[in-house]
Design a protein around this ligand. Structure first.
Ligand code: ADP
Length: 502
């Protein structure tokens, strides 16, 4: 036990001694004490004198070798202790050379040349001490500045209200902050390598352990591209389910080489929980509204039959307008229900083979009556089969057509086309209405999104139609997109895969 202690003690001392001697390990530390150079610079002349007088018995033996030792000592001490250390290591040898000239009693030419040499060496030594010492002090300042910057950045990262992960370019985690631990309920250990190690403490919402390759930071380091707003639901070690939004980006050097990666983790659990509560509420409210609206419609229909019998024109007009408004209300409630079904993953489909040409014709015929200013043109007569949920496709068509009518306030032609391509059926609806600007185009399929242009605020709507249409088409493995120019009209397209249909 004791021998181990001694060994450990020796080992420890040896290490710190080597560290003390090694000038590189002092870089960045402003330690300019002159004690060590002073002791060394006094010891060397004393040893030289002992060697010359006691061992070699020749006072003149102190010669060139001492210059080598002194030059090496100046370089070393200037690098270890800066200008001061170098200066001490330079001044003492010069004093020693003067002492030699005095004690060895040089005369005439020997004296002149010895003094000349000492002056030249003095200049050289001081020059070396200043240049190397200055270099060391400049490096110290730079390192200190960088360390200060890093400390400042670390303090900021620590204070941020979001979780932060910083890794090196291989995905090895080098820094995390306190907030990350608070969000995840566990610590990601430093040195953890993304893509190699897996974190058994974190699991996805369905209880499976997260694989580190799913990490956006890992993916962005691999692809060299930033990843934005990726959402995950995770299960913390304490069992709590959380939702996080993650951004990750590689950090590149000035020559575009990836040197590190950074990831920001945002806890969106409260937001998500609120959204879920809101969806639940919408779901419940629309369910509750469905029944009274259905009975209202029944009452209106029976009243209409009665009033028709009396021949009361004014009452008939009022009832017809009541029926129209109730239908609108029913459509709204059914859209609300669909949105909440999409949100909760409960939108279901009954697929069947049907003639889509016929479906378009029917839908167009129904909508023709809704506006006298618009001319709906559908020329394709070739029957084309589709395998999809007929009612849901009807819903998409109605939505795109009513939008085409609604957003062409000056009337005009609306052209509907149907094409059978190699592996898809493509439907397009072209209007010559108000059009949609480039930046709005990517957003109009989002839930509850409406163009915010004050001119367009006049169009009624809740921004649910395109969102529902997109989900329906997406769930049919199809695509929905548009081509549009502001004030020049829009063309909406959707395609459905034909699969095995002949
Ligand atoms: P809503 O029509 O109820 O507002 P939608 O989801 O159907 O909701 O449409 C979202 C937004 O897209 C609309 O508010 C409108 O600004 C824009 N939009 C949709 N169709 C067209 C179109 N054919 N022409 C111009 N803008 C359109």
């Amino acid at each position: 036990m004791q021998s181990w202690n001694i060994a450990y003690y020796n080992h420890f001392n040896m290490n710190s001694f080597i560290k003390y001697l090694n000038p590189v390990s002092h870089l960045g530390k402003k330690e300019y004490s002159v004690l060590f150079p002073l002791i060394f610079s006094i010891t060397i002349p004393i040893l030289s004198e002992i060697f010359a007088y006691q061992i070699a018995n020749n006072p003149n033996i102190v010669g060139v070798y001492i210059i080598f030792i002194d030059v090496a000592a100046i370089i070393y001490f200037a690098f270890l202790r800066g200008i001061r250390g170098g200066a001490v290591a330079a001044i003492f040898p010069i004093l020693y050379y003067l002492y030699i000239i005095y004690t060895r009693q040089y005369r005439d030419t020997q004296l002149t040349s010895a003094i000349e040499t000492t002056i030249i060496l003095a200049v050289l030594y001081l020059f070396l001490a200043v240049i190397i010492g200055w270099l060391k002090q400049t490096i110290d300042n730079l390192i200190e500045k960088e360390a200060d910057g890093r400390r400042r950045l670390e303090a900021i990262i620590e204070q941020l209200p979001v979780g932060v992960i910083i890794s090196d370019r291989n995905g090895k985690i080098t820094h995390t902050n306190k907030q990350l631990e608070t969000i995840l309920g566990t610590k990601i250990p430093l040195g953890f390598v993304l893509g190699k190690d897996s974190n058994p403490l974190l699991s996805t919402h369905n209880g499976k352990p997260t694989t580190a390759t799913q990490s956006p930071l890992y993916q962005s380091l691999n692809s060299g591209k930033p990843i934005v707003r990726k959402e995950f639901s995770l299960q913390r070690p304490d069992g709590k389910k959380i939702y996080v939004q993650v951004n990750a980006s590689p950090i590149a050097s000035h020559n575009k080489r990836i040197i590190a990666g950074a990831s920001i983790i945002h806890d969106i659990t409260p937001l998500r929980e609120m959204e879920l509560r809101k969806d639940d509420f919408i779901n419940m409210a629309s369910h509750e509204l469905k029944t009274p609206i259905t009975s209202m419609k029944l009452y209106i229909d029976s009243l209409l039959t009665k009033v028709k019998g009396y021949g009361d024109e004014r009452a008939l007009r009022s009832l017809n307008s009541l029926k129209y408004q109730t239908n609108k209300l029913q459509e709204l409630v059914s859209d609300l229900l669909d949105v909440s079904r999409i949100q909760t993953g409960k939108l279901s489909f009954n697929r069947e083979v049907f003639n889509i040409t016929e479906l378009i014709e029917e839908t167009v015929d129904q909508l023709k009556e809704s506006s006298r200013h618009h001319k709906l043109v559908f020329k394709s007569k070739t029957p084309i089969k589709a395998y999809a949920d007929r009612f849901r496709i009807y819903q998409v068509l109605t939505n795109l057509l009513t939008n085409a009518i609604k957003y062409s306030p000056d009337g005009g032609e609306i052209e509907i086309n149907l094409k059978r391509l190699k592996s898809t059926i493509e439907v397009s609806i072209k209007d010559s209405g108000i059009g949609i600007s480039k930046e709005q185009q990517s957003k109009i399929f989002d839930r509850l999104y409406q163009v915010t242009d004050p001119k367009e605020k006049t169009f009624p709507g809740l921004g649910m139609g395109l969102y529902i249409s997109k989900e329906i088409i997406k769930r049919h493995q199809g695509k929905i997109w548009l081509e549009s120019q502001k004030d020049r009209g829009s063309t909406f397209f959707f395609s459905l895969p034909t699969g095995n249909l002949k």
